[in-house]
Design a binder for this molecule. Structure first.
Ligand code: BTN
Length: 322
């Protein structure tokens, strides 16, 4: 009911809608309408009430409420179930538990803040309240575990495309899955998998996007390398709209992937790459290689041309651009 009332207020925005009309359209008493208005106000919605003409929505809070997201989401698979939380240890960890207990494919877990956000290779991911998009998508693709890494590339394309479309920033992908803006990291992806030898049970694809980090509060270890997709007070897009845009793009790319269009997605990845044709250093457990990143292959592996002309296929690692 609360969502229906909110949608009605938004539909009439910036005009008024009378309590009587709401109660007639939605089949609830005027007292119930009034109670829902009070609850919306408690959640941060600014609503003007006028005894003669009714209610008017003045402002919506910058919150990732289901109310705010539902109307913006158009996906067939992704976002069919949305879990919006104020605070959680890690959305990936919660998503893994939910996936284990049967959550539907496309379930999205999003939190205003993570107290134990996880990055790749055991690193922590700084996830302060209200300053980013910290979310995880549960997928159940009918693929073999060896193909699972491709979905990280698919996700990187969805994130980069959405940041470009919605903020105007020329975001680019640093292999395998960092999204850079002006040479600094604005987003990262952490994909985790539960699988048998031949089949994937589920994947949780965790996405962290620095939206408007407070520069003064960024931990010193990432201060030099991290950036945000917008600055506080200068936002041209809301967090809710960017999140919905990413989920919508991911939904459509995921369907393309399932119907065999990974080669086309790889072409988009190449176009968005800031790694290709650059001298790079790749580091992984016990391995360090330098060379020119000449391409990614059909598995999503990086092809590195070394000084002696040989080509090395790199499946995983951290890339630094030289
Ligand atoms: C990286 O190291 O680049 C990957 C960062 C992934 C961070 C996201 S935030 C949402 C999800 N939950 C987590 O704990 N981590 C991922």
């Amino acid at each position: 009911m609360e969502l229906k009332i909110l949608l009605l207020l938004k539909e009439k925005h910036p005009g008024y809608v009378s309590g009587e009309e709401i109660s007639r359209l939605l089949g609830v008493s005027r007292t119930a309408v009034w109670k829902h208005m009070c609850r919306l106000k408690e959640k941060g919605y600014e609503i003007e009430a006028h005894s003669k003409i009714g209610y008017r929505l003045v402002n919506s809070p910058d919150k990732l409420y289901e109310n705010e997201l539902t109307g913006l989401m158009k996906g067939k698979i992704i976002g069919k179930s949305l879990i919006c939380l104020e605070s959680v240890g890690s959305t990936n960890e919660l998503a893994k538990e939910l996936a284990q207990s049967g959550a539907v494919e496309g379930t999205v877990v999003v939190a205003e803040e993570q107290t134990m956000g996880k990055g790749r290779r055991g690193r922590t991911w700084y996830s302060p309240a209200g300053r980013g998009l910290w979310f995880t998508v549960i997928l159940r693709p009918p693929i073999s575990p060896v193909d699972a890494a491709k979905l990280t590339l698919v996700t990187a394309v969805a994130v980069t495309k959405s940041i470009r479309e919605m903020t105007g920033f020329p975001a680019g992908i640093k292999w395998p899955n960092d999204v850079l803006v002006s040479g600094r990291k604005a987003a990262g992806i952490l994909t985790e998998m539960s699988a048998e030898i031949e089949t994937v049970n589920h994947l949780v694809v965790g996405i962290g996007i620095n939206f408007n980090l407070d520069p003064g509060a960024i931990p010193s270890e990432i201060a030099e390398i991290a950036t945000s997709v917008t600055r506080a007070g200068e936002e041209t897009v809301t967090r809710a709209a960017l999140l919905a845009g990413i989920l919508n793009n991911l939904d459509s790319l995921y369907q393309d992937f399932l119907s065999g269009s990974f080669p086309q997605i790889l072409s988009a990845w190449r176009e968005m790459s800031v790694t290709l044709n650059r001298q790079v250093k790749v580091e992984s457990v016990g391995m360090s290689e330098e060379g020119i990143a000449i391409d990614i292959d059909e598995d999503g592996a990086l092809l590195l041309q070394k000084k002696d002309g040989t080509i090395k296929k790199v499946l995983a690692g951290d890339v630094s651009l030289r």
